[in-house]
Write a protein that binds this ligand. Structure first.
Ligand SMILES: *Cc1c(COP(=O)(O)O)cnc(C)c1O
Length: 235
């Protein structure tokens, strides 16, 4: 097993450095340790090193980890949401990062009502118009924002993206800028507060923070290489 404690402190150091470069308070960035595909012992290792917030993208895998690990851990769902799993997702996760359509948002709102919950969510934006990925097309999100804001159970924290694969972190910067700009204009146009930006993964979280990320989703930089391709699962 890689040295998770060491990796974790390196990631935290880089987060701190990125915050310092842009005069941001380190407390304004949440590190989500993405433990999908990694075993329970890996999560435990990160927890013992002080990490409390974890991200998972497969419900069943997550449920068994959540049940077996201490209840002081916090869990965010970062994967693609299937509507037949919404009820269970709401019961296990504090935040859902990839609400990707008005239909799914409405359904989530309805189930939240049945469960008596007020879930926190991000709206995923498909910035690169990639058919392999979920998310609102930018123009559609604007068109549907009013209706999304009517869903009284959902607390919309902000926007989330998984930008097109880039050869290096710098190449991802324009996508992060784009998401931050969209957030700013939605706030102005609709008079709402959308404080959250869920963006940045192992290869580019430093750049994402420079562009305003509030939630970075970092897996392999903490837990090591995943043993199988997960690109297909990406939101
Ligand atoms: C797997 C995954 C990540 C983490 O990716 P790494 O490159 O391992 O940091 C982040 N976000 C989403 C949506 C993911 O599925």
């Amino acid at each position: 097993m890689p040295d998770i404690a060491e990796n974790l402190s390196e990631v935290l150091r880089k987060i701190q450095a990125a915050c310092a470069r842009t005069s941001r308070d380190q407390g304004s960035v949440e590190l989500i340790a993405v433990s999908k595909t990694f075993p329970m012992e890996s999560v435990r290792g990160a927890w013992e090193a002080g990490q409390l917030l974890f991200g998972e993208s497969k419900l069943q895998e997550a449920e068994s980890k959540i049940a077996a690990l201490p209840s002081s851990l916090h869990w965010h769902f970062i994967g693609r949401v299937q509507s037949n799993k919404v009820r269970r997702l709401l019961q296990s996760f504090e935040v859902i990062h990839a609400i990707d359509s008005l239909k799914l948002a409405s359904y989530t709102d309805e189930i939240a009502g049945e469960l008596g919950l007020f879930p926190k969510v991000f709206l995923q934006v498909n910035l690169g118009d990639e058919s392999s990925k979920g998310g609102f097309a930018p123009s559609l999100l604007r068109a549907e924002m009013e209706a999304l804001l009517q869903l009284k159970r959902l607390e919309i924290l902000g926007l989330m993206c998984i930008p097109p694969a880039a050869p290096d972190a710098e190449s991802a910067r324009p996508w992060f800028k784009l998401l931050a700009g969209m957030r700013d204009s939605l706030e102005t146009e609709f008079g709402v507060n959308l404080p959250g930006l869920s963006m940045g993964m192992s290869g580019d979280y430093g750049v994402a923070i420079e562009e305003g990320a509030t939630h970075v989703r970092v897996g392999s930089a903490i837990f090591g290489k995943r043993s199988y391709r997960v690109d297909e699962e990406l939101g």
